[in-house]
Design a binder for this molecule. Structure first.
Ligand code: NAP
Length: 260
């Protein structure tokens, strides 16, 4: 029997089969969960729907996390379809590509707010709606990166957003813990995805991360997915407010992605 058998969960942020959310999907499905997905717009529905159907998804609906009305409609539909929600994975981030390429000190108010809104506040906005459908044993996980706690070249505004996301994880964990709901973040090492292509010199970042890690290699979507499935499951019933690194041990080593 899988560790998520009998549980219903949302996975937000599958863009394609390279997405971290897709690695999470495969692990959750293998462990027995019934899954629901979002897609951002009609164009993306064409990509997400076949993937979702391939894992027997019972819920596939549009959701732009920057839109409160869409958010309300989406979670109302979750309630109508499933009644109760056991877990939610938030694997969503966005920043203006130009603002990541420019010096961080030049970031505009608009780009700052946009990145924080979609990459950090959206987790809080999803959590407040998802929590209403969860009971004791509910679990939420978001995806973060080392750039939250170190100034990683090329990661600028996204690093600031991830710092807000990690702090939000702790405060959500404190609030929702009184309802028996756990909230954690997974800090993944660099993985080649659509979102990663916005980060300046990502290839170099991957090389440095592999070299500086304990295992001497980067991690895969599958490895991030497996750890996320554990955090979503009752096996992690005593874990909340945590940032769990899945980075081959890079963050505790002497290596630094910013240093030659
Ligand atoms: P990805 O496949 O491009 O996933 C990012 C997702 O965010 C996409 O599904 C994207 O949808 C979605 N998104 C962006 N704006 C949205 C909005 N307004 N409403 C709804 N969805 C929106 O890239 P990924 O690397 O797997 O990223 C997933 C998460 O992992 C992100 O939080 C990222 O920061 C984090 N992470 C990534 C790495 C890495 O090296 N790749 C490392 C650590 C953490 P569309 O594509 O449809 O726009």
């Amino acid at each position: 029997m899988g560790i998520l058998e009998g549980k219903k969960g949302l996975i937000l942020g599958v863009a394609n089969d390279k997405s971290i959310a897709w690695g999470v999907t495969q692990a959750c499905r293998r462990e027995g969960a019934e899954l629901g997905f979002n897609y951002l717009g009609e164009m993306l529905e064409k990509r997400v729907r076949p993937l979702a159907e391939s894992v027997d998804a019972t819920f596939i609906e549009p959701l732009d996390v920057g839109d409160d009305t869409q958010m309300d409609v989406f979670f109302e539909k979750v309630e109508q379809q499933w009644g109760k929600l056991d877990f939610m994975v938030h694997s969503i981030a966005f920043a203006n590509k130009d603002s990541l390429r420019d010096r961080f000190s030049n970031v505009s108010r608009e780009d700052f707010q946009l990145a924080l809104d979609i990459s950090a506040y959206s987790f809080v906005a999803c959590a407040q709606r998802a929590a209403k459908l969860m009971g004791e044993g509910g679990s939420m996980v978001t995806m973060t990166y080392l750039g939250a706690v170190r100034a990683v070249p090329g990661y600028g505004m996204m690093g600031v957003s991830k710092a807000a996301l990690e702090a939000s994880t702790r405060y959500l964990a404190a609030d929702l813990g009184t309802d028996g709901i756990r909230v954690n973040a997974v800090s993944a090492g660099p993985i080649r995805t659509l979102a990663a292509s916005a980060v300046g010199d990502f290839r170099k970042l991957m090389e440095k991360s592999a070299r500086g890690s304990m295992l001497g290699r980067n991690v895969s979507q599958e490895e991030v997915g497996n750890t996320t499935a554990y955090l979503l499951s009752d096996l992690a019933s005593g874990v909340s407010g945590e940032v769990h690194y899945v980075d081959s041990g890079f963050h505790v080593g002497a290596g630094d992605p910013g240093v030659e």
